[in-house]
Design a binder for this molecule. Structure first.
Ligand SMILES: *Cc1c(COP(=O)(O)O)cnc(C)c1O
Length: 368
């Protein structure tokens, strides 16, 4: 197994709060592909890459943070972990808790949770409770459980999660040879934008490693961070929390982001912005990714692409730059959106008899 990717903790151990003695809980997360988005590059005149985080073990970037959080939970002697989740955190927590031999409790908000995410949490044996409230209420309860009961909180308010998630930025710089000019991503609870910014900053300056002395800077610059929220759940755009967040992009249906201050810092220090895109723009970008780039994501994951397309239409995307967009989760998490046509009707397969001539004619082929 000489060339096997070892998961983000072992790959970046000298830049994470771990030691030789740490018992690492991993499912081989990270090492995800950086895919050249040919059509988005043609559209914008910049070189656009997709960091395809759906290729993580449980199908979203949450695994990068969960390997750290679960490792920390084991180190702390925890027997059980708890998280609030719009879906992907629960899938990841349940899988990593299983790998760690810990019990896992998951609080999900009322309303529709995607079948893909729900089935993962159940398959991995988590205890799943649907709370009569929204995500922000779930996180509130999870935090209180972590404070006053013998369970370890693995939400991104746990700093170990952000530490793990910063490795996404490291991988991008390692692949490109330097930081991109612009980094685009969806923003929900705002842990990921905070984590990427932390990673880019750490890679652009000498780093005091706890285990390996002073490490030299790897990149010469940091990117502008462009974050996009769903219009019905856009507290950063409004400048205050939203009490009734509403969007089809369930992964970013969050009204009161836990990482508020660090996201604002990422936005302002990087010279970027946080803007909003509508559900229609998100679904258009979701279709663009599937039909033009060959990359299948869940709707929330397409918010960054929707934002880039919107900014391009407004003449606000520079040409000749390197742009990376994190597409955060896999399309199979929430496949129903792929089966919906632009006019909202359901796609049905064409039925044909067991006969080559009819099949050929249905395909518009003529015999040669
Ligand atoms: C969690 C998640 C997000 C939002 O990330 P935050 O760190 O909460 O801003 C976006 N897309 C997907 C698929 C997610 O799972």
């Amino acid at each position: 197994m000489a060339h096997q990717w070892r998961g983000v903790i072992r790959e970046y151990a000298d830049r994470l709060p771990v030691t030789e003695a740490t018992k690492v809980i991993t499912l081989g997360e990270g090492g995800t592909p950086l895919v050249l988005a040919q059509k988005l590059s043609e559209l914008t005149g910049s070189t656009v890459y997709l960091k395809v985080e759906g290729m993580n073990p449980t199908g979203s970037f949450k695994d990068r943070g969960m390997t750290m959080a679960m490792t920390a939970a084991v180190e702390a002697g925890a027997k059980a972990v708890v998280c609030a989740s719009t879906g992907n955190t629960s899938a990841s927590a349940a899988a990593y808790a299983t790998a760690a031999g810990l019990k896992c409790a998951v609080l999900v908000p009322e309303g529709k949770i995607s079948m893909g995410k729900l089935s993962q949490a159940i398959a991995h044996g988590a205890t799943l409770l649907q709370v009569d409230g929204n995500f922000d209420n779930c996180l509130d309860i999870a935090r209180k459980l972590g404070e006053s009961y013998p369970v370890f909180l693995v939400n991104s308010v746990n700093p170990a999660r952000i530490q793990g998630q910063k490795t996404g930025a490291f991988e991008i710089v390692d692949a490109l040879g330097d930081a991109p000019d612009i980094h685009v991503l969806p923003v929900g609870n705002a842990g990921n934008i905070s984590a990427y910014w932390k990673g880019y900053k750490e890679y652009s300056a000498p780093f005091e490693s706890a285990t390996a002395g002073t490490l030299p800077a790897v990149s010469t610059k940091t990117p502008a961070m462009w974050g996009f929220q769903a219009a019905g759940a856009a507290p950063f755009v409004a400048g205050h929390p939203i009490t009734e967040p509403d969007t089809i992009a369930t992964a970013i249906r969050i009204g009161n982001p836990a990482s508020w201050d660090t996201a604002i810092a990422a936005r302002d220090e990087s010279g970027g912005f946080i803007d909003a895109v509508t559900d229609e723009e998100i679904l258009d970008a979701h279709r663009w990714l599937s039909a033009k780039e060959g990359v299948f994501v869940e709707p929330g994951s397409a918010a960054g692409v929707a934002g880039l397309i919107k900014k391009h239409a407004a003449g606000e995307v520079p040409t000749g730059k390197t742009i990376v967009i994190t597409v955060t989760g896999h399309g199979l998490k929430d496949p129903q959106w792929a089966l919906r046509t632009e006019d909202g009707s359901e796609v049905q397969p064409v039925k044909v008899p067991n006969d080559v001539v009819t099949v050929a004619s249905e395909l518009g082929l003529e015999e040669n």
